[in-house]
Each structure stands twice: as structure tokens, then as C-alpha cells.
Design a protein around this ligand. Structure first.
Ligand SMILES: Nc1nc2c(c(=O)[nH]1)N[C@H]1C(S)=C(S)[C@@H](COP(=O)(O)OP(=O)(O)OC[C@H]3O[C@@H](n4cnc5c(=O)[nH]c(N)nc54)[C@H](O)[C@@H]3O)O[C@H]1N2
Ligand SMILES: Nc1nc2c(c(=O)[nH]1)N[C@H]1C(S)=C(S)[C@@H](COP(=O)(O)OP(=O)(O)OC[C@H]3O[C@@H](n4cnc5c(=O)[nH]c(N)nc54)[C@H](O)[C@@H]3O)O[C@H]1N2
Ligand SMILES: [Mo]
Length: 759
């Protein structure tokens, strides 16, 4: 595919004809022929496969339920292009290191196991048998089970995640760093502290019944395009859509439904928001605090005339704890601080408050703009506070909705991919499988990388994902990998992590969601859980490219068998019949009894959410208001004046570290990615000109220089002092010790930087 460099503001709505054109382009480029069309028709169908694109729920209201970016994800996976030992004999790792992320994945699917030959710097074919022997040898040589890191990326099925965590815990470790650590960790922690669950409280139908939807810090136009249908339907029914986003994102402004021909061929697109506010990066806690301050004033004044004021006093009294402390903290937060931090005016904040007040049923959704800051847990809790004041949780058409990223990242956590598992889960494992799971906390992603850099980790296994590229502080992350004894990547495509081998390294090729997973017991299906806690089946329809590719379940169970034997668990039986895995899950994890019922699983079933029934499993057994003060600074350990804060985000043509192409259509960027979005006034203040190139350097206090060169200045609708550039090119700028309080999530949305013109 050709990528022409151009910068031209995008004038159309999100969706529409361009979306169809783009889908066709990527499908055509996949070199998969008819297979691709058939695959697209099977996305999110009851007997089809779950879209690997994102975690948004299945919408049974239309004949086809995929979007442009879901189609890209599928086209990317089902390509007929493949790379084998010949490719690797031609290309050394050193050569591949100098290629772009797009180049690496674009070469095609991995189809045979590979071993890194450090003598000649090439990957070479290795048999599965020898690969497993090598891994077992390294694991058996460990002095302690915590010398292994078992990383997971959220595409993995429930079944694979289940046996993976079982393998790790039987080995004796809770070292399960995962992509969630870098993603929605703050949501899980905040929700758990406030309302005793780790998941959102709404379902897809709530969007059709809500009167207002507050969307904080997320870009559904690119990252959850199917969410636009829900927003649009709600908007058409009269709901107010209120957006808080540092950038003007086209998908949150105008949308024409590519599934409606009339909207595609005419300018019948719709505006889909009622109000659009652009807070400073990290300013949302101050925004919500401001909203509550307005409402509290109103509450107190109406209390005089109307019994009880505007808040849901019954709910607050009976179901919550800590409101008085929260009110105290609201009173002690002055408007100057709120306005400075939020970057909004008091009028804007009070306007948002009044929209909130005038609706009865309100959903708050959020994404990475909320979770990737230092004070993210407190920000999530502030959003929950607002919802608690009006008793929004558990009401039809209302509640809390963290919009998860990877298609099964929520399911992975439910299955126990968690470095800090709760004791009830561990006890249930112990009782069922008759072994003592490790009780001490394992490593999250940052802790894993820190242990790796100290040379403490002998084996790193990656079940999907691309941690070298997704992690902060890229140079440090690479060093960390190179100090492991053995790195093992179970992957579909070649990526940056494969190019940073430990002392030894393996790449194991696996099949993906779109592919037929056949064992001696016939075709298998897997299950996943979406962001609304709906569990459903997924079954691929395409023939795998090679007989040497194995399913994730086959790979993990063989490994477990070789390392642990089959005294306690018949791993090979599990590998051949996934129903046996589902049986275990259904008997160990509460709420999963339907998992063994095929028709329930094909239709999808809902995992109950206690908070939405007003059962709050918190310390006080009530929903807890948080009374945190606003943060003093966005940056850990930093007293310096910072002129610019940088957020690192996704372009339209990428899936995390997978770069499908070099366009970011809705932001008017074509054929390039080294772009820095900046306010025109900042360009002028610096005495720079639009289109010039700048070097970006992190301001930090450890003496390490973190910088990237030659990023093109693009004037954009973004508040003064705020910058944006794409991930993963910018990950090198994020210090490893810059992470969220309690969450350990890298502060990918608030990096303090300075700029200078490139030479
Ligand atoms: N096509 C596609 N789909 C994806 C992904 C992908 O890469 N490509 N990734 C998947 C994954 S793993 C995830 S986690 C999700 C990510 O989905 P998003 O959460 O949408 O992720 P980002 O692209 O990082 O976008 C962050 C958005 O928040 C805004 N923002 C940033 N900081 C702030 C802030 O401080 N305050 C406010 N109010 N706004 C802010 C940015 O301007 C941007 O619009 O998408 C999932 N779906
Ligand atoms: N600066 C910055 N850094 C970030 C973020 C950010 O916003 N800014 N976002 C963070 C977030 S939210 C996330 S979730 C992480 C993502 O981190 P990861 O989940 O680790 O990264 P991905 O890019 O999703 O992983 C892509 C690789 O997964 C493999 N793969 C794809 N499908 C499959 C499959 O079905 N099975 C297997 N086994 N492998 C498969 C392919 O080989 C592909 O190269 O990045 C985080 N890093
Ligand atoms: Mo994510």
C-alpha cells in the first residue's frame, strides 16, 4: 500500500464513505481474497468470532456489526502473506531492528517456531519439541518461581488465560504483568475502592435509555468506532452527549453511519455532541470537582425551599459512606485551583453541571485520557463521587462505564491474570485443584521490567502483545529484555519485542481469532468477555496458514505438561477439549455456571455486577466517597516549571503497537507519524513556524536524557501548553518511574517536555 505524505484538515464527518473506502483498501491489501469478505460477515455473529478490534459489546441491532477499524484488525490477521525461516535467513535481527513497526508486521504471519541464533544474529527454525525442551530447561533451572514473568496482552481467550494463570500459580508465582497494568488499572482500583467491583456497572442497552452520556478522555471514532452507533442512537433519542477531551476529535463531533446508505451518499451526517469541553491534560479531576462544587451550591440553596436539596439523599444516607468529608474537601478546594488545573472557565463547568443536573439517567464513560496520569485513581473516584451523589449506579440508563481496550482484557482479569489476586480466588483454586497457590503479590509491568533489568528474571513469556514497544522508557525496556535468560513470544506477527532477545529467545507462532481451531476432538470455540461483562463464544472460520501454527491453548498446555507433568491436571485433555477448561472455570469462578451451556455461551450471558444491585463489597460495605485533594502537580517528584505536557495517543490506522498504515485521517495527517500537535499560539510564542521540525526532550530529575528527534509541528485545536504525539514512537520519553499513584500505570498522557528546533 502506498502512503502519500500530506497534512490537510479533514472536513467530513467520521464514518461515512471514507470509512467504507478505507475498509475496502485494507481488505484488498490483506491479500486474503474472498476469505476476507467471508470473515467480515462473521464478525460478532453468534456462531462467528468476536471482533479482535476492541472490547465494545456486541450490538444485535444490525445485520453486520463491525467497523472500519475492526475490519482492519481482521484483514491484518487473515492475510495470506507469511514469513518463515527463509525470510529470517535473509534478514538479520540487526537489519530488522532498523525497520518500522509497520514493516515488521506487514511481512505477514509467523508460521513456524523460531530460535534466535546469537552467533549469526538470525532467527532460525526450531522444532516445537526442541522449543518446549528449551523452555522447560530454563524453567527447571530457576532457583525460585518468581524468576519467571508471565506477560499477557488482552486478546487472549478466557480459556487460554485460565490455563496460563493455572500454570503460573502451580509453578508458584503471581508474576502476571499484563497490558491492563498500562491501561485501565486505575479504573479497576478506583472502582474497587469506591464501589467494591472492578468493572463497569452498565450494559449496552443502558445507552439507549440514558438521558445524558458524559464521555471523558477517549477517542471512540478511532478506538471504539461501534460506540459511535450507541452515542448516535442515544443522541437521536434526545440524550445529551457531553464530551471532555483535550483535543477536538472528529468522531465526537460529527458522525455518519456507514451502514446507512443515505448518510453515506448525502451530507446527512449528524452532530453527535451537545457540548464539547477541552480540559488541560490531567485536568479532569478538577473539572468534576468543579461540577460537584456547582451542584453542591445548588443543593444547599434548594435545600432551604425543597426538602432534601438536589442530591439523592436517600441513596447517600443508606448506601454510601463519607459524604461529609467529601463535602468538606469540596468546600476547601477553591475555584482558582479548579480553573487553573482544568483549563476550563467557571461558566463552562457550571454549564456542564447544569446538563448533568437536568438529566435523570446519566452514564459516565472514560478511556486512557483518565487512566494514564499520576492521579488517575483519584480521578476515577471523583467521577464515581459525582455519580453517587445522584444515586446513578444500578439505575436503568445510568452508571459507570470504563471502556476497555483489548477485546478480552476484561475477561483475562476475570480468569485470574492478575499480579495481586484476591484471596477468595486463590482459596477457590486451592480447594478445587488441591495445591497451595502463592499468596504474595507478584510483579506488575513496571515491577517486572525493573526485576528484568536487575538480571533477576530467567524466563519471560509473552502470551501475545509487544511489551518492548508498549512499555515506557524504551531504551530501559530493551535493556531489561536483553538481561533475561530466555524470552519467549507466543505471537501472530513479527514485532519489536522479538528483536530484543534475552540470552536465548524463541518466537512461537499461534493462530488468531479468525482461524479454525481444530483438535482431535473436532473444532473448538473459545469465549471472551466484553466491557459490559457479557461472556460469549468466538469461533474462527478461516483455515490456518500453516500446520505448524498452534493455538495458544495447545502451546500453554504442552508447556505446562512438560514442566509440571500431568499428576494434578491432565493438560493434554484440556488442550483437546476446551469444554473441560470451561468446566473448571464454571466450578471455580462464581457467576460462570452458564459457561458450560453451549447455547447460553453462543447467545452470550451476563456476569452479574453486585454494585449495580447496590451490594457494595467495600470496607464499609457501602459505596465510599473519596475525599482526595486535587493533585499539586501532574508529575512525580518534580518541582520544575513545565511549559509543555505531552500526551501519547493512537492514530486512526494503528492498533496499539501494530501500525496498519501511516494515516490519521480524522486529524488530517497522511503518510507520516512523526507529528507533534500543538496550539498555534505556542508555535508563535516559541518563535517557531508550522511545519518545522522539533526535537522533544523529557524534563525529569534523574540525569537521563530522553529525547526524540524531528517531529513535525502541526497546529491543532488543543489548549495552550498541551501537546500530543503518537505512541509507540514517543514511549522513549516516558520515565520508568513516572507512573500512577496506586496503579503503577505509566503516565502516558502527561509527560513533561521541552522543545527545540531540530538541526
Ligand atoms: N483502532 C484501534 N482500536 C483500539 C486501539 C487501537 O490502538 N486502535 N487500542 C485499544 C486499547 S488497548 C485501548 S486501551 C483503547 C484506547 O482508546 P482511547 O482511550 O481512546 O485511547 P487513546 O488513543 O490513547 O486516546 C486518548 C483520548 O483521550 C484524550 N485525552 C488524553 N489525555 C486527556 C486528559 O487528560 N483529559 C481528557 N479529557 N482527555 C484526554 C485524547 O485527546 C484522546 O482523544 O482502544 C482500544 N481500541
Ligand atoms: N506511550 C503509550 N504507551 C502505551 C499506551 C499509550 O496510550 N501510550 N497504551 C498502553 C495500553 S492501553 C496498552 S493495552 C498496551 C498494549 O500493549 P500490548 O498488548 O503488549 O501490545 P499490542 O500492540 O496490542 O500487541 C501486538 C502484538 O500482539 C500479537 N498478537 C496479535 N493478535 C494476537 C493473538 O491473537 N494471539 C497472540 N498470542 N498474539 C497476538 C502480535 O504479534 C502483535 O505484534 O500499550 C500501552 N502502552
Ligand atoms: Mo489498552
Amino acid at each position: 500500500m502506498k502512503f502519500k505524505k500530506k497534512i490537510k484538515p479533514y472536513s467530513s464527518a467520521a464514518g461515512g464513505w471514507d470509512s467504507i473506502k478505507s475498509t475496502a483498501r485494507f481488505v484488498f491489501d490483506s491479500h486474503a481474497g474472498f476469505k476476507s469478505i467471508r470473515s467480515l460477515l462473521n464478525i460478532n455473529k453468534n456462531n462467528g468470532f468476536d471482533c479482535p478490534g476492541c472490547a465494545w459489546g456486541k450490538d444485535n441491532k444490525s445485520t453486520f456489526d463491525f467497523c472500519e477499524n475492526g475490519a482492519k484488525a481482521v484483514a491484518w490477521e487473515i492475510t495470506n502473506k507469511a514469513i518463515d525461516r527463509t525470510f529470517f535467513s535473509k534478514n538479520s535481527v540487526k537489519f530488522l531492528c532498523n525497520q518500522s513497526d509497520h514493516f515488521l508486521e506487514y511481512q505477514g504471519r509467523l508460521i513456524e517456531p523460531l530460535y534466535y541464533n546469537s552467533q549469526n544474529d538470525h532467527y532460525e527454525y526450531i522444532s516445537w519439541k526442541n522449543a518446549f525442551q528449551l523452555i522447560s530447561k530454563h524453567i527447571n533451572a530457576m532457583d525460585h518461581p518468581d524468576q519467571i514473568e508471565l506477560y499477557t496482552s488482552g486478546r487472549t481467550s478466557n480459556e487460554a488465560a485460565w490455563i496460563y494463570q493455572l500454570f503460573g500459580r502451580m509453578l508458584g508465582t503471581n508474576n502476571f504483568p499484563d497490558c491492563s497494568n498500562m491501561c485501565h488499572e486505575a479504573s479497576g482500583i478506583g472502582l474497587n475502592l469506591s464501589i467494591g467491583v472492578v468493572k463497569g456497572t452498565v450494559n449496552l442497552n443502558d445507552f439507549d435509555n440514558s438521558e445524558a452520556i458524559f464521555v471523558f478522555g477517549q477517542n471512540p471514532g478511532s478506538n471504539h468506532p461501534r460506540m459511535l452507533h450507541s452515542l448516535r442512537r442515544a443522541f437521536d433519542k434526545g440524550a445529551k452527549i457531553v464530551v471532555f477531551n483535550t483535543l477536538r476529535e472528529r468522531g465526537l463531533e460529527r458522525f455518519s453511519d456507514p451502514r446507512k446508505p443515505i448518510e453515506v451518499i448525502t451530507p446527512l451526517h449528524r452532530i453527535i455532541n451537545s457540548a464539547y469541553y477541552q480540559p488541560n491534560l490531567g485536568g479532569d479531576m478538577a473539572v468534576v470537582r468543579g461540577i460537584v462544587k456547582c451542584l453542591l451550591e445548588q443543593h444547599r440553596s434548594t435545600k432551604i425551599f425543597k426538602k432534601g436539596g438536589i442530591f439523592d439523599i436517600d441513596f447517600i444516607k443508606n448506601k454510601t459512606y463519607g459524604v461529609n468529608d467529601y463535602f468538606k474537601v469540596i468546600d476547601n478546594t477553591n475555584w482558582d485551583q479548579i480553573l487553573l488545573q482544568s483549563g476550563l472557565t467557571k461558566e463552562q463547568i457550571c454549564e456542564a453541571a447544569s446538563i448533568y443536573y437536568n438529566a435523570k439517567k446519566i452514564i459516565c464513560t472514560w478511556g486512557m485520557g483518565i487512566t494514564q496520569h499520576k492521579h488517575s485513581v483519584n480521578t476515577v473516584r471523583e467521577i464515581i463521587n459525582l455519580q453517587l451523589l445522584f444515586g446513578q449506579i444500578g439505575r436503568k440508563g445510568a452508571g459507570l462505564c470504563p471502556v476497555r481496550g483489548h477485546s478480552n482484557v476484561q475477561g483475562n482479569r476475570t480468569m485470574g491474570i492478575n499480579e495481586k489476586p484476591d484471596i477468595i480466588f486463590l482459596n477457590a483454586l486451592e480447594k478445587y485443584f488441591k495445591f497451595k497457590p502463592p499468596q504474595s503479590k507478584g510483579h506488575n509491568t513496571i515491577e517486572a521490567l525493573n526485576a528484568m533489568i536487575k538480571g533477576k528474571i530467567r524466563v519471560f513469556i509473552s502470551l501475545g502483545g509487544n511489551l518492548v514497544a508498549a512499555a515506557p522508557d524504551s531504551i530501559y525496556a530493551k535493556q531489561a529484555f536483553s538481561r533475561c535468560g530466555l524470552t519467549v513470544h507466543i505471537s501472530t506477527k513479527l514485532n519489536r519485542s522479538h528483536l530484543v532477545p534475552g540470552k536465548e529467545s524463541l518466537i512461537l507462532p499461534t493462530i488468531g481469532r479468525t482461524e479454525i481451531d481444530k483438535t482431535i476432538n473436532g473444532n473448538q470455540f473459545i469465549t471472551v468477555e466484553d466491557t459490559f461483562s457479557m461472556v460469549h463464544s468466538s469461533q474462527g472460520k478461516c483455515k490456518p496458514l500453516s500446520k505448524k501454527q498452534r493455538s495458544e491453548i495447545a502451546i500453554i498446555s504442552e508447556l505446562a505438561y512438560q514442566v509440571l507433568g500431568d499428576d494434578k491436571i491432565k493438560w493434554n485433555d484440556l488442550a483437546n477439549d476446551y469444554n473441560l477448561i470451561r468446566k473448571q472455570i464454571s466450578e471455580v469462578i462464581p457467576g460462570f455456571t452458564e459457561l458450560t451451556n453451549k447455547s447460553s455461551v453462543f447467545k452470550g450471558f451476563y456476569l452479574k455486577n453486585k454494585a449495580s444491585k447496590h451490594i457494595f463489597n467495600t470496607l464499609s460495605k457501602k459505596a465510599q466517597f473519596s475525599s482526595a485533594v486535587l493533585p499539586k502537580t501532574l508529575f512525580a517528584n518534580l518541582d520544575l516549571e513545565v511549559q509543555f505536557t505531552l500526551q501519547t495517543l493512537r492514530a486512526h490506522d494503528q492498533y496499539n503497537t501494530t501500525i496498519y498504515g501511516f494515516d490519521d485521517r480524522y486529524r488530517g495527517i497522511y503518510g507520516q507519524r512523526n507529528i507533534l500537535f500543538i496550539n498555534i499560539n505556542d508555535i508563535n510564542t516559541l518563535g517557531f513556524k508550522e511545519g518545522q521540525y522539533v526535537d522533544i526532550e523529557t524534563i525529569w530529575n534523574d540525569g537521563i536524557i530522553r529525547s526524540i528527534k524531528k517531529f513535525k509541528l502541526v497546529a491543532y485545536n488543543i489548549p495552550i501548553g498541551n501537546l500530543a504525539a503518537y505512541y509507540p514512537e514517543t514511549n522513549v520519553l516516558i520515565p520508568m518511574d513516572s507512573f500512577g499513584d496506586y496503579s503503577y500505570t505509566p503516565t502516558s498522557k502527561s509527560v513533561p517536555v521541552r522543545l527545540k528546533l531540530s538541526e
